[in-house]
Design a protein around this ligand. Structure first.
Ligand SMILES: Nc1nc2c(c(=O)[nH]1)N[C@H]1C(S)=C(S)[C@@H](COP(=O)(O)OP(=O)(O)OC[C@H]3O[C@@H](n4cnc5c(N)ncnc54)[C@H](O)[C@@H]3O)O[C@H]1N2
Ligand code: MOO
Length: 337
């Protein structure tokens, strides 16, 4: 049905619950001239005196034909269909609803299903990128329909997509809280060990962990000697029961770069040595049993955003890192080189 066919002239007293088809302007000479009610407003009992006071005894209302929804109602249904754990909704404003995080955590956005929704005509879900670190109140998604009234069947379709695979896969938008990990840092490099230069890795890595709600249980120095690095890895693993082990420095190709070899020698399963992201290409990601272990290259000290900053929030949210997570860092992963 065309929108015009849904226009109806009604007495204001009979207009409660109907949708205003046009803006209504109020003019109080010398004081105010502007919009009193906006097109699309749903008229309520309290609006009647104001309408009468501006001389409106009749208005054009849009009658919502069976099978159609007002934009606010449509947005609400879409927002509720997308809403997952730790997500709250704003009230509709000009037909749009925003989904916001209620916690500090890792935003999880299901790109595949969001793309399916956006492939439907005249409904939109606009999101931030998945795996973004968010704070309470931060917007995750804005959703609305394009026309003022929309066929309900379209919104049913959105709800169907959102429910697809429900049970196995979580909602279109949810936020994972961070776990409080106890991390051990091993800082390699004879120049630091022997006190020739002052360590710059420790404060930076501590700060990044603190930002995500985790803590450093200890930072231990090791010279460029594989045996010592392996011993320190084992000490954090077996004596301190660290949840995460970070080995800094010695990640490239010089003869004194012992870190990747020592991590392997300690028995780690290597997910990847090397990531297709610049900076952060020399990073190593591995696991000792369930415990993640990373080799952090020099750039983590001086580049504010490296592959470490992409992977650490996911590790802190308790997600295992697999080979595909590393592979996909390449596309869009050139920041600085
Ligand atoms: N021939 C190649 N050289 C380099 C490559 C490469 O592929 N081939 N990659 C470059 C990239 S990318 C990076 S990142 C760095 C990786 O460096 P390393 O992790 O091996 O770091 P180091 O060689 O141990 O140290 C580099 C630099 O930083 C100083 N350093 C190390 N640890 C500390 C610390 N805890 N506090 C302060 N300063 C530290 C160290 O003294 C060196 O000056 O390699 C590139 N080179
Ligand atoms: O690994 Mo380097 O970490 O790309 O700057």
């Amino acid at each position: 049905m065309e929108l015009d066919a849904m226009l109806r002239e009604v007495k204001v007293e009979d207009a409660i619950g109907l949708v205003l088809a046009h803006d209504l302007t109020q003019i109080i000479p010398g004081q105010f001239k502007g919009r009193l009610f906006k097109k699309g407003h749903v008229i309520s009992q309290e609006d009647i005196p104001a309408l009468l006071s501006i001389g409106k005894e009749h208005i054009y209302a849009m009658q919502i034909a069976p099978g159609f929804l007002h934009e606010d109602e449509a947005a609400l249904r879409m927002a509720q269909a997308a809403q997952g754990a730790n997500v709250e909704l704003t009230a509709p404003h000009e037909g749009k609803i925003t989904l916001k995080s209620t916690i500090h955590g890792l935003a999880k956005i299901d790109k595949k299903r969001i793309d399916e929704v956006n492939a439907l005509d005249q409904v939109i879900m606009s999101t931030i990128k998945t795996n973004t670190v968010v704070t309470p109140g931060q917007a995750l998604m804005g959703t609305r329909v394009i026309p003022l009234l929309i066929e309900e069947a379209r919104i049913d379709e959105v709800q169907r997509i959102a429910l697809e695979g429900a049970g196995e896969q979580p909602s279109l938008v949810h936020v994972k809280p961070f776990k409080k990990l106890r991390a051990g840092i091993i800082t390699t490099g004879s120049e630091v060990f022997k006190g020739r230069i002052q360590d710059k890795f420790g404060p930076i890595v501590r700060e990044k962990l603190a930002q995500l709600g985790s803590e450093v249980i200890d930072q231990r120095l090791a010279p460029d000697d594989s045996e010592t690095i392996v011993q320190e890895i084992r000490r954090f693993l077996h004596e301190d029961h660290a949840d995460l082990i970070l080995v800094t420095g010695g990640m490239s190709v010089d003869p004194d770069d012992r870190t990747p070899g020592a991590i392997k020698q300690a028995g780690a399963r290597i997910v990847s040595y090397g990531t297709p992201m610049l900076p952060g290409s020399m990073l190593l990601m591995g696991y000792l049993g369930e415990v993640p272990i990373m080799g952090l290259p020099g750039c983590v000290m001086h580049d504010p955003y490296t592959s470490f900053d992409v992977l650490l929030p996911r590790i802190c949210a308790g997600e295992p890192i697999v080979r595909a997570d590393i592979t996909e860092l390449g596309y869009g992963g050139l920041y600085n080189c």
